[in-house]
Design a protein. Structure first.
Length: 1166
């Protein structure tokens, strides 16, 4: 096999004796060499064929061609092996036989499109591409190649690693049957679609006009296929969970373990544990060093795990992420510490809901001056009206005292999800902190700490995530909330320096509060669990949870003897259910531990019994009054006269412990199949109906409240650490015999037979009278039925029952009132009306615009504006929407003056505004008739720029001077760590023209070998997209938000790293002369912009770099250098501003011209 002729020379071809069973990808390439740079220069057709082109005026293929080749071609070379031939010796030969771009598995269209930085319409390029369209035929099957007499196609194999639960049964971690199904589907598709004509393909392309990519180059997953893939992923999770085939040895025989206590703790997954075993543990080391490979790798694992958490929760620079030992309990305890100053304790008032877990209630009781509880509504939501009244009373009584609002995002008893946004809005309106317990919600719902209403602190438990077993808790807290300067746990890893007389603690709280040896393995496990959740997607999880909740709730409500605790609504709820089973004759209940053990023994179902560590709410659900609660405490408290040490008492209990009230809770994971859910619900129904048939077989331990079968008073099948022995042959333990486990159908059949059998033999059984075990003073507190009473009723004896002390609260599910005060209600109504009045806020798939009218009865708009799309256009949208999605918000020009005044625009500080307008006027950045498009990333700089230019526009309109239009545009690079979509709603509220472009830049970056700087790559790709979009939509000016700090840093980076005298230009015109790029903030300091954004509470979007790339270090290093120098020379940046002015005045898009102009400016200035 011949070698490629380019400098990017790949290794030799694959060996001929490659094992065919090896898991692999197939890539194809033609046997042609790449052209020399000299052949490419200035040739649009060749560049287009290679997918490199921009079609730009005066394009001469100099340095930019080389940059594009270095960015794109190494990626292709890394996966293609190009066979050199003599036929490609000239440019004409190449043009006659251009390279064949075969599809690259998993390379999306948008990834390819990232390399095409066309600036404007490309009708000419599209025409040129038409003659090459026959070259972009899809391959028919993995084993079939497109035959060509002129080109030899070569297979190149690429191996990959898989951490599936069974290497023999999976491929890429998925079951073989799925892969076969997918392959069959592809074969069918190829047979049907192999005769596509050029016109058919042209129809598929729709009316795309700029930054084109040929749709058949690569395969993009449609929305239906994406949903199917996620369903397959959920199915894979079901099979990959550790313990799915585990069995228990019960009194009625072996049963398969069915785990239904995910609200308490989730379980492990084979793939995650295999990854940790193969990739993490071999390189495990102590994170207190970074010199050795093991220490550095473990430290990087910790850093990357934290990056995953930041991306998952939308953290920004203002947020600290801290791993906190054992779950939410440690997180709250640490938060309480951080909020208190070392010098003096600050008085605070804490507001909480009735639903709080003990972890989010008891720590606050220790430090709060006062605690106030907010009521709930009939649907389980926080009573917003009562919350507002409570806050008003606090402000009236305590003035400006610090108020902390701490609420659970989801009740761990009922699964009801709290309205986080509205609760936070009310808290913020009274200047109260908003703190949220996401322990029960985090594995299933999205977390956004910097959304429309930023949250001050959030915490959750890693062990509740599927796959997150034995992982740490997480605390996310705003840095401005932190008051403590000393760590809570003083020791190793918390100090900066120690000598014989003093110690200096670390200033960065993330490092200071993670003392001791970090749980690196647990952090990695949590990061993997979070990645798995994000792979499924919160939307997909929500759909599964909603379906499960609706089905289970309706089933439970239909059961006569089952009493469901909490609201009966299925809206805004996770599939978590707490219930009691009532005896219809006595109106007493069956003990929660008995119900739980019966589900375990008959069906293997693992549930939770007790009060679930939410005592106040549990007692409210059970209808237990405060007085009755005290009586229960007196009954179950251990006698203080007992000598615990002498008696060697381990647990704390009394002889009346079994009187402790409680209930049974069951929770379903979203990845359970509908068949599993049906079986579990049916099992609960069986127990609710037949609980009395088995009760005489069970005995209760009065000191623990535990119920056990009379023939199984010890734990059969227990695994013992004591049985483990270490020998020369390795670890050895006592084998446990395996038993044949019946399926659920056999379990139900067996359960029916047992119920009939034991019901008939109950009268023959000897049953102890448990009533004598209860002290007379506590007899009235017994709320459950005893076996002796059931037997007496079966024997037709007259049994007298007392009135049950537990009377569960009944929820109607109908919310009668949850209104805010009149001013707030009026404001919300106005906001809603403005939302309804926006006629043209639409999602646009490529260039087909779907205008959606919010009010069908509105007569304000002309009928011609109520544009829909016909069936043909709708089909085109369906075909194109997976290539590249675009959202356009159009400005409503019919707003009243009052509505315009109520728009959420902010006036910038005078000094910052003056510096911006001075440079605008000096360089004539904005001229009459300009259409200025602000490049809006969601960061503090671009958001501030938008408000400054809006204020400038208003001043110009008032003075009747410069007249220009103002809009904004955002390019979403496709990073899960960065979600700018909230900007769509924000710009709609501002009533400006707004364009939102999606492009898989990050996907392209991941497929680019040797990529060193994700920042440079992403910026280059986004600039090309911004330019193309601006021209396409008819805007002639792009406004970017770089500030003076950015310019200074860029200057030093260019000087230190490249030996260039350059920096960002204040403005320049693109090579084709069509577009101007301006930077109005070049005289403004970054700190001023940060202060403005924080003061006006602008919705800053957290932009975290993907964890799979190295973080940018040079710019950060230069920033630190300048900060140090500014301490010595306070006027440093004024000096730099003067020094950089000749470079700022350069107005050229060409590197050579730019340098010439810079030299002339410097000479002229001197």
């Amino acid at each position: 096999m011949n070698e490629p002729t380019t400098s990017s020379e790949p290794p030799n071809g694959p060996p001929t004796n490659t094992v065919t069973e090896m898991k692999e990808k197939m890539f194809y390439a033609m046997g042609k060499p790449l052209p020399d740079y000299s052949e490419i220069q200035g040739n649009h057709d060749l560049l287009t064929a290679y997918g490199l082109g921009p079609v730009e005026g005066g394009f001469n293929g100099t340095r930019r061609v080389k940059e594009k080749l270095s960015a794109f071609l190494p990626h292709i070379i890394g996966e293609f092996h190009l066979d050199a031939t003599k036929e490609a010796s000239s440019l004409n030969a190449l043009l006659e036989k251009p390279p064949i771009h075969k599809e690259i598995t998993n390379l999306s269209n948008s990834a390819m499109q990232g390399f095409k930085l066309s600036a404007g319409p490309v009708d000419e390029r599209q025409e040129r591409c038409e003659k090459y369209r026959h070259l972009f035929e899809r391959r028919k099957e993995d084993g079939m190649l497109v035959h060509s007499e002129k080109y030899n196609l070569i297979r190149v194999r690429q191996q990959y690693d898989s951490y599936g639960f069974d290497d023999d049964e999976t491929e890429k971690g998925f079951p073989k049957k799925h892969k076969k199904k997918k392959k069959d589907k592809k074969r069918k598709k190829d047979k049907e679609g192999s005769s596509d004509t050029s016109s058919d393909k042209k129809k598929k392309m729709g009316s795309r006009k700029f930054a084109e990519n040929v749709p058949d180059i690569c395969e993009k997953i449609s929305s239906e296929e994406e949903n199917s893939n996620k369903a397959d992923l959920v199915s894979w999770m079901r099979n990959d969970e550790i313990g799915m085939s585990a069995a228990l040895d019960g009194p009625f025989g072996a049963r398969k373990v069915i785990y239904c206590d995910y609200t308490a703790s989730a379980r492990s997954f084979h793939s995650i544990e295999n990854y940790i075993q193969k990739e993490v543990l071999p390189f495990y080391g102590n994170t207190h060093s970074s010199v050795t490979v093991t220490a550095e790798q473990t430290t990087l694992f910790m850093h990357e795990a934290k990056q995953e958490i930041r991306a998952f929760s939308g953290c920004g620079d203002q947020d600290s992420v801290i791993f906190t030992g054992s779950g939410s309990t440690c997180a709250v305890e640490l938060l309480v510490h951080l909020m208190q100053s070392d010098e003096e304790k600050e008085e605070i008032v804490v507001v909480h809901s009735i639903q709080e877990h003990h972890s989010n209630l008891l720590p606050w009781r220790k430090i709060a001056t006062e605690l106030r509880c907010v009521d709930e509504l009939e649907n389980g939501q926080v009573d917003l009206n009562h919350l507002q009244n409570v806050l008003e009373e606090i402000r009236k009584e305590h003035g400006n005292i610090k108020v902390v609002g701490t609420f659970c995002a989801c009740s761990n008893l009922t699964g009801v999800l709290t309205d986080i946004q509205n609760v936070t809005k009310i808290l913020k309106s009274f200047d109260a902190l908003s703190i949220w317990d996401f322990a029960s919600a985090a594995p299933y719902v999205p977390i956004s700490v910097n959304g429309e209403t930023p949250l001050d602190a959030v915490f959750f438990s890693g062990h509740k995530f599927p796959g997150g077993v034995s992982s740490p808790g997480v605390l996310i807290v705003k840095k401005n909330v932190i008051r403590a300067t000393k760590p809570k746990r003083i020791g190793g890893g918390t100090v900066f320096f120690v000598n014989n007389s003093n110690e200096w603690y670390l200033k960065e709280v993330e490092h200071r509060e993670e003392g001791g040896t970090a749980d690196a393995v647990g952090a990695v496990r949590l990061a993997m669990a979070v990645k798995m959740k994000r792979a499924v997607g919160e939307e997909t999880i929500g759909k599964f949870d909603s379906a499960i909740t609706e089905f289970a709730l309706q089933s439970f409500k239909s059961m006569d003897n089952l009493v469901l605790l909490g609201p009966v609504t299925s809206d805004n709820r996770l599939p978590v259910f707490s219930f009691l089973i009532r005896d219809p004759n006595s109106q007493l209940f069956y003990h929660h531990n008995y119900v739980s053990v019966l589900l375990n023994d008959l069906f293997g179902i693992q549930t939770r019994a007790g009060c679930m560590c939410a005592g106040p709410y549990a007692q409210k659900l059970l209808g237990i009054s405060e007085e009755t609660s005290r009586r229960f405490v007196n009954a179950i408290q251990e006698s203080p006269d007992l000598d615990r040490t002498h008696l060697r008492r381990q647990a704390e209990y009394s002889q009346q412990e079994f009187l402790r009230p409680g209930f049974t809770r069951i929770s379903f994971p979203y990845f359970f199949s509908i068949g599993q859910i049906e079986d579990i619900v049916a099992a609960v129904q069986f127990v609710a109906k037949h609980a009395s048939d088995f009760i005489h077989l069970y005995q209760v331990n009065c000191e623990t409240g535990e119920w056990h079968h009379q023939n199984q008073r010890v734990f059969h099948g227990r695994r013992w650490l004591g049985h483990v022995e270490f020998t020369a042959n390795g670890l050895r333990t006592k084998p446990i015999p395996t038993q044949i486990v019946p399926d659920m159908r056999e379990c139900f059949k067996k359960a029916q037979e047992l119920a009939q059998k034991y019901s008939e033999t109950m009268k023959l059984s000897k049953i102890p009278d448990g009533r004598t075990a209860i002290n007379n003073e506590f007899h009235e507190l017994r709320w459950f039925i005893l076996p002796i009473e059931v037997a007496e009723m079966r024997s037709k004896m007259n049994v007298v029952f007392q009135e049950c002390v537990i009377i569960p609260k009944l929820y109607s599910g109908v919310v009668t009132s949850n209104e805010l005060t009149e001013p707030q209600l009026s404001k919300l109504k106005q906001s809603e009306e403005q939302s309804e009045d926006q006629p043209n806020c639409e999602v646009i798939c490529d260039d087909v615009i779907c205008l959606l009218k919010c009010d069908q009865n509105s007569t304000k708009q002309d009928n011609t504006e109520n544009v829909g799309i016909d069936e043909r256009e709708a089909e085109e949208v369906k075909q194109m929407e997976d290539w590249n999605k675009r959202v356009i918000v159009k400005r409503n020009e019919n707003l009243s003056e009052e509505s315009v005044r109520e728009l959420e625009w902010h006036v910038p500080p005078l000094e910052m505004y003056k510096k911006t307008t001075d440079i605008i006027h000096q360089l004539k950045m904005i001229r009459d008739g300009d259409k200025v498009l602000v490049c809006l990333s969601g960061g503090k700089d671009s958001l501030s720029l938008l408000h400054i230019l809006r204020h400038y526009q208003q001043r110009c309109n008032k003075a009747r001077s410069t007249s220009f239009e103002l809009g904004a545009i955002t390019v979403d690079p496709g990073s899960a760590e960065y979600n700018p979509r909230p900007l769509i709603e924000y710009c709609r509220k501002l009533n400006i023209d707004y364009f939102y472009e999606e492009q898989d830049i990050i996907g392209a970056a991941k497929k680019t070998p040797g990529l060193r700087s994700i920042c440079a790559f992403c910026s280059r790709m986004k600039r090309g997209r911004l330019a193309a979009a601006a021209q396409y939509h008819g805007w002639n000016v792009l406004a970017m938000g770089q500030h003076l700090d950015d310019l200074a840093e860029s200057f030093f980076i260019a000087a230190f790293q490249n030996g260039n005298l350059s920096t960002m230009k204040a403005q320049y015109t693109t090579k084709d002369g069509v577009l101007r790029v301006i930077r109005p903030l070049v005289m403004v300091r970054e700190k001023a912009l940060r202060n403005f954004a924080e003061d006006k509470k602008l919705p800053v979007v957290a932009e975290n770099c993907p964890a799979c790339f190295n973080q940018a270090t040079e710019r950060h290093r230069i920033k630190q250098l300048l900060a140090q120098q500014e301490l010595i020379f306070p006027d440093l940046f004024n000096s730099l501003k003067s020094a950089l002015k000749p470079l700022l005045l350069v107005d050229s898009a060409h590197t050579s011209e730019m340098r010439d102009q810079a030299v002339k400016n410097i000479v002229g200035a001197s």
